[in-house]
Design a protein around this ligand. Structure first.
Ligand SMILES: NC(=O)c1ccc[n+]([C@@H]2O[C@H](COP(=O)([O-])OP(=O)(O)OC[C@H]3O[C@@H](n4cnc5c(N)ncnc54)[C@H](O)[C@@H]3O)[C@@H](O)[C@H]2O)c1
Ligand SMILES: [Zn+2]
Length: 346
């Protein structure tokens, strides 16, 4: 596992952190114009190389953009004594990370996540990759970053909807692994939305600890790593059925968590007050895009196509309380349909 540094204002001293970690001295920043316009100043002096700016948006997370990164690296004669510094959200991190994993059979990458989602999730774990016209994240690799540098101060400029989308993933960590984290989010929601460093720091730190702990145990998607998929079976289906246009990923995860908790409560494997606490926290964060018009049959079919259905078996993560969960393989279409109708059709 790479060194993960978390501190407000940390990007100001990034160069010395990278020197200490022996990251090669020729450093190529990969970012996008939105982020660069807002934060270029914070990275002054990090490198003499021109930044490689890629277009902003999920539709550009593809091999063509990876090709543009290769082009820029080749033009600058980047060699094995070079590294990529990915400064951005999950899209920049995944795309630049994949370019780093494959350029010259792999050069080091430094992840500097600038969205809450990237700070607590995508920058950690070593998964990198891009989309294919046939599906999301179909092309990729495992490429652990040399350093992950998380600066909560970068989140000040993040649009509220993006911030909130990341916060649902934090809540996911709370539900699967830590009641104290869940309670902390609920208790400090105002400070979090105000991007107070004192509120953000413990929440980001604990989320990272949970992800590191879980993926550290098994890097390649077995056992405990599956628990990170809590809420994601339904989320991926909702995203696919709405062609990735209606929901931010985290918003779909919020619905997915409600559906899974509903199934768990109906089975008698999760106490009702815990489900209610989750529903209340999600409601308190503000309205989700409506899902009531989405036909349940389409959602069920999309769940059947999820790439995480292994050998026809659907692994479903169900909470057993706030702070613990189990992976089961016997959730039926009828159970999902009933829960979906109850949670999403308002
Ligand atoms: N590798 C993994 O393990 C993993 C895990 C989860 C998600 N992902 C991937 O992450 C991607 C989503 O990442 P995301 O949610 O960070 O979205 P994103 O990268 O698209 O960023 C969201 C938006 O916020 C802007 N932005 C980023 N930082 C900003 C800042 N500090 N201030 C203002 N604007 C800023 C971006 O330019 C973009 O428009 C998806 O492609 C998903 O597949 C990967
Ligand atoms: Zn997710």
């Amino acid at each position: 596992m790479p060194a993960i540094h978390i501190a407000p204002g940390l990007v100001q001293r990034l160069a010395s952190i990278l020197d200490t970690a022996r990251v090669p001295a020729r450093r190529f920043i990969v970012s996008n114009a939105t982020i660069w316009r807002l934060h270029e100043g914070a990275f002054a002096g990090l490198t003499a190389e021109d930044p490689i700016l890629i277009p902003d948006g999920e539709r550009f997370k593809n091999l063509q953009t990876v090709g543009r990164i290769y082009d820029a690296l080749i033009k600058a004669h980047a060699d094995r004594a070079s590294a990529i510094v990915a400064i951005g959200g999950g899209i920049v991190g995944d795309t630049a990370g994949f370019a780093a994993a494959s350029y010259l059979r792999g050069i080091p990458v430094v992840q500097v996540p600038t969205t809450l989602l990237a700070q607590v999730d995508s920058a950690i774990g070593g998964k990198v990759g891009v989309n294919h016209p046939q599906g999301k994240n179909l092309i990729g690799a495992f490429h652990q970053p040399a350093v992950v540098a998380i600066d909560p101060a970068l989140l000040v400029t993040l649009p509220r909807r993006e911030f909130r989308a990341g916060l649902y993933e934090v809540i996911k960590y709370g539900v699967i692994a830590s009641r104290p984290l869940f309670d902390r989010v609920a208790a400090t929601l105002k400070g979090l939305f105000a991007r107070d460093e004192s509120a953000l720091l413990p929440v980001i730190t604990e989320s990272c600890d949970i992800k590191v702990d879980v993926v550290g145990e098994d890097e390649r998607e077995q056992g405990r790593r599956r628990t990170l998929n809590f809420g994601h079976t339904t989320a991926h289906a909702l995203e696919a059925v709405t062609k990735y246009r209606r929901f931010r990923h985290g918003e779909a995860v919020a619905y997915g968590m409600l559906v899974a908790s509903e199934i768990a409560v109906t089975r008698g494997s999760m106490p009702e007050p815990d489900r209610d606490a989750l529903a209340a926290l999600i409601a308190k964060m503000g309205p989700l895009p409506a899902a009531g018009d989405i036909p349940v049959e389409e959602v069920l079919d999309a769940i059947g196509h999820d790439k995480k259905v292994v050998a026809g078996q659907l692994h479903f993560v169900l909470p057993t309380a706030i702070g613990s969960c189990e992976v089961v393989t016997d959730v039926t279409r009828d159970e999902i349909a009933a829960a979906f109708t109850r949670c999403c059709s308002r």
